[in-house]
Design a protein around this ligand. Structure first.
Ligand code: ARG
Length: 461
């Protein structure tokens, strides 16, 4: 009914079967398998160096843990699925391997400081990995932006044609969103970069442990300063879930644009077959399912963050079993981010953009009107007056089916020149302000983006 227990002594009865199963975390704990070994190895080494166990016992513990790790990684031994959690499972495998000495490992620590140390170590490593994958997607966006620095397309506000822009500008918007995500994961890694091991159950230990040593062995910057905070704090999980939700929200917006721009009505982009699916009914269909799933699963990432914050908000200090619920959402959000990034990178790298179609729509909906108004401002006309004038012209154009260009001949001499120049090309070329779409401004932005990638490094690894 129930597997190996770490707390049998005071009990003379086994737990109820459903209660045992309800409390088990072994399945999700497996995600932390390698970090669990790392933490126990560091602890064993510290026990020997501080003389809490003898040198020989320390060697037995370390060699035993390494042997169990080898057995597990090579598939010779599997983690007993009826264990309560991973800590108990590894201790029982160690005991099976080296016998009585295994019982010396749990001195000066508790599962409470163990689990949070393991989780912090895991998260630091995953953050470094995510930073790297984000960088790869940024590189893809930058490459495409360079290719499409002059590709005209409509820019939208309220999803209505607003002003002509370039595909380069559009893609780089996502570059900077992802750049902030990359930096955010660097911060998350920093928040996780203190070692709670040695906080023990909540109040430290009377044994002469060396927390600086275990912290160093595990690659943390320092031990956590307060034993009670050390076992209670899960802020780093909240930070991770927030960073994941924000990243997913960015990817979801991109996914939505992929869905929209690949419709027959827009026809701006076509996804490669590797990233499309067909319909079981309609043979002509090519559906952007994976972009839709990224968009759909973003709700899950946001839910994980909100759920976690709700779980934590009323917990008193000290370890509470509720805190076991922090890990499944963290694992899910992190793997969702990773998969979504890989998919987005693949989609972007293989998509084909219909640049003619985009350019043909770039001036639709009188989107060059602001450019004409600004040309009048350059001639000394107040902007409000120019806006009014252009509004009237657009009204006439809509009523008579004429473009701004068509109406140039009958316009006043000052207006005529501006109307004749009101093409999407010139509209873009004239928007030279920093951060804008003109070729010069975009080249400057591309240089900034390249510099950013050159200096991008995982904050902690
Ligand atoms: N499975 C537990 C968790 O994930 C490990 C710590 C259990 N501690 C305890 N005192 N029951 O939080």
């Amino acid at each position: 009914m129930s597997g190996p227990k770490l707390w049998g002594g005071v009990f003379d009865k086994s737990p109820d079967a459903l209660a045992w199963a309800f409390g088990q975390s072994i399945k999700s704990d497996l995600t932390l398998l390698w970090e669990e070994f790392d933490v126990s190895l560091a602890h064993a080494e510290m026990l020997a160096r501080t003389g809490i166990v003898s040198e020989l016992e320390g060697k037995e513990l370390v060699d035993g843990l390494l042997a169990v790790r080898f057995d597990v990684s090579s598939g010779n031994v599997s983690i007993p699925p009826d264990s309560e959690d991973l800590h108990g499972a590894i201790e029982s495998l160690l005991e099976a391997k080296i016998g009585e000495t295994a019982k010396r490992l749990h001195a000066g620590r508790s599962r409470n400081d163990q689990i949070v140390t393991v989780a912090r170590l895991w998260l630091k490593r995953r953050c470094a990995d995510l930073e790297e994958v984000i960088t790869r997607v940024q590189q893809e966006l930058l490459r495409l932006a360079e290719d499409h620095r002059g590709t005209l397309m409509p820019g939208y506000t309220h999803q209505q044609p607003a002003q002509p822009i370039t595909l380069g500008l559009h893609l780089l918007a996502y570059f900077w969103m992802l750049d902030r995500d990359r930096i955010r994961f660097g911060h998350v890694a920093q928040m996780a970069d203190e070692c709670p091991l040695g906080s023990a159950a909540l109040a430290g230990t009377s044994l002469p442990i060396d927390r600086t040593l275990t912290s160093k062995l595990l690659g943390f910057s320092s031990p956590t300063p307060n034993s009670l905070d050390g076992v209670s704090d899960r802020d780093f999980v909240g930070d991770a879930l927030h960073a994941c939700a924000t990243l997913m929200q960015h990817l979801s917006r991109m996914a939505q644009e992929i869905v929209l721009f690949s419709t027959a009505e827009f026809g701006f982009v076509k996804l490669d077959q590797a990233y499309s699916t067909g319909s079981s009914v309609m043979p002509q269909k090519r559906n952007p399912d994976f972009a839709e799933l990224i968009r759909g699963r973003t709700g899950r990432a946001l839910g994980h963050w909100v759920g976690f914050m709700s779980m934590m908000k009323s917990l008193p200090l000290g370890y509470n079993r509720d805190q076991q619920e922090d890990k499944p959402p963290m694992f899910d959000s992190v793997s969702l981010c990773r998969d979504s990034l890989e998919l987005v990178g693949g989609m972007l790298g293989t998509a084909s953009f219909d640049t003619c179609r985009m350019a043909s729509q770039a001036g639709a909906g009188y989107s060059t009107a602001t450019g004409v108004a600004e040309a009048l401002v350059a001639q000394g006309v107040p902007f409000r007056t120019a806006h009014e004038l252009l509004g009237e012209l657009v009204k006439t154009g809509i009523a008579s089916g004429l473009s701004l260009h068509d109406m140039a001949e009958s316009a006043s001499p000052e207006l005529k020149e501006a109307l004749l120049a009101a093409t999407p090309e010139s509209s873009v070329a004239l928007r030279t302000s920093e951060g804008g779409p003109s070729p010069g401004a975009l080249d400057h932005q591309i240089r900034l983006a390249r510099d950013r990638l050159r200096t991008a490094r995982p904050a902690t690894s």
